[in-house]
Design a protein around this ligand. Structure first.
Ligand code: CP
Length: 332
C-alpha cells in the first residue's frame, strides 16, 4: 500500500504542467490561510508581482496568463469587494470563475458539509477562495483540498488577502512602512481585517494605537502575541490623543452581525465619525483607510480629501489578488 501523502504535499506533483509554469516559485500550490505564513521577503515578492499586474492592466487590461484555469469563489457570507475583486482578477488574467455566493442555491442549503463542498469544487476548479463565518474554516478546507485554498475571511479570525492589500496600499501611498504610526479605530474585537493587519505590521518597526469603545477592544491574546515580538501598542477610547502623530488611520465598521446581544451593538455603533473636521489636527501627509463597507463611521464629505485612501485601497486589492492567483497557480 502506498504511504499516505498529506494533501498539501500531493498537489505539486502533476506531470502535466504546461510550458511557462514555475514549479520552484515560492507560492506554487500553496494555501493562503493566515498572514502568519509570510516573511518580509515574501511581501516584497508579492508586491513586486502586484506592481507588474498593475502595469499589465494599465497597458492591456486583460491578458492570458491564467488562460484555461478556473477559480471557485465560495462565499458563505456576504461580500462585494473580496468576491468581485477575485472574480475580476481571474478574468483579467484570462481565467474563469465558478461563483457561489451566499450558498443559498448550492447543496450547502441541503446540509452538505464544508469538506464535501470543497472536495466537489476542486474537481472543477484549480483554486478555491472561501469566505465562511467560522474561525478556522479556511484551514479546515485546506486540510481536505488538493488544490490551493485562499482565505477570503473566516469569521472574526483573519482576512489575509485584505491585510496584504492594506499593506500594499500603505507602501504605495506613503512609500514605506518602517517608522510609521498606525492607528486602528472602531470594532477591533470582531474586525478580522485589523487582526490580520496588526499581525502583518508586526514584521515592521511600527507603533500601533488601538482606539475603540470599551466593549470592542483588540483581543488580549493578539496584543500579547505582538508584545512578545516587541511591537509598541497602546489602547485608547478616544482618537484625540493620537491623531496628530498618526500616519495611517485605519477605520473599521462596528460589525452588527457578530454581536450576540444587539443592545451592545446599539451602545457601540456611532462611537466614531471621521469627517473633514476630525482631520483638522492630522498631518498633511497621512492616509485614512477603511476595508469597507462603511456604515456611517466616515462622512461622505471626507471622500474628496486627498488623504482619503479607501477607494484607492480597493483598486490596490485587484492587483494584489491577481498576484496571489498567479503565484499559487505557478505563473509568477
Ligand atoms: N473588505 C471586504 O472584505 O469587503 P467585502 O466584505 O465587501 O468583501
Amino acid at each position: 500500500m502506498a504511504a499516505f501523502v498529506p494533501p498539501n504535499e500531493r498537489r505539486v506533483h502533476s506531470p502535466h504542467l504546461p510550458l511557462g509554469d514555475h514549479r520552484e516559485a515560492p507560492f506554487y500550490g500553496k494555501d493562503i490561510i493566515s498572514v502568519s505564513q509570510f516573511t518580509r521577503d515574501d511581501l516584497e515578492y508579492i508586491f513586486g508581482v502586484a506592481k507588474e499586474m498593475r502595469a499589465m492592466v494599465e497597458r492591456v487590461g486583460t491578458f492570458d496568463l491564467l488562460k484555461g484555469k478556473i477559480l471557485a469563489n465560495l462565499f458563505y457570507e456576504p461580500s462585494t469587494r473580496t468576491s468581485s475583486s477575485f472574480l475580476s482578477a481571474m478574468e483579467r488574467l484570462g481565467g474563469s470563475v465558478i461563483p457561489i455566493s451566499e450558498v443559498t442555491y448550492s447543496s450547502v442549503a441541503k446540509g452538505e458539509s464544508l469538506p464535501d463542498t470543497i472536495r466537489t469544487l476542486e474537481c472543477y476548479a484549480d483554486v478555491i477562495v472561501i469566505r465562511h463565518p467560522e474561525v478556522g474554516s479556511a484551514k479546515l478546507a485546506a486540510e481536505y483540498a488538493r488544490k490551493p485554498i485562499i482565505n477570503g475571511g473566516d469569521g472574526i479570525g483573519e482576512h489575509p488577502t485584505q491585510a496584504l492589500l492594506d499593506l500594499f496600499t500603505i507602501e504605495e501611498e506613503l512609500g514605506r512602512v518602517d517608522g510609521l504610526t498606525v492607528t486602528m479605530l472602531g470594532d477591533l474585537k470582531y474586525g478580522r481585517t485589523v487582526h490580520s493587519l496588526a499581525r502583518l505590521l508586526s514584521l515592521f518597526v511600527v507603533r500601533l494605537n488601538y482606539v475603540s469603545p470599551d466593549i470592542l477592544h483588540m483581543p488580549a491574546d493578539l496584543i500579547e502575541e505582538l508584545a512578545a515580538k516587541g511591537v509598541s501598542q497602546k489602547e485608547y477610547t478616544n482618537l484625540d490623543p493620537v491623531l496628530a502623530e498618526t500616519d495611517v488611520l485605519y477605520v473599521t465598521r462596528v460589525q452588527k452581525e457578530r454581536f450576540e446581544d444587539l443592545n451592545d451593538y446599539e451602545k457601540a455603533k456611532g462611537a466614531f465619525l471621521i469627517s473633514p473636521e476630525t482631520l483638522q489636527e492630522a498631518k498633511e501627509e497621512m492616509i485614512v483607510m477603511h476595508p469597507l463597507p462603511r456604515v456611517g463611521e466616515i462622512s461622505l464629505e471626507l471622500d474628496s480629501d486627498p488623504r482619503a485612501a479607501y477607494f484607492r485601497q480597493m483598486e490596490y486589492g485587484l492587483y494584489v489578488r491577481m498576484a496571489l492567483l498567479a503565484m499559487v497557480l505557478g505563473k509568477a
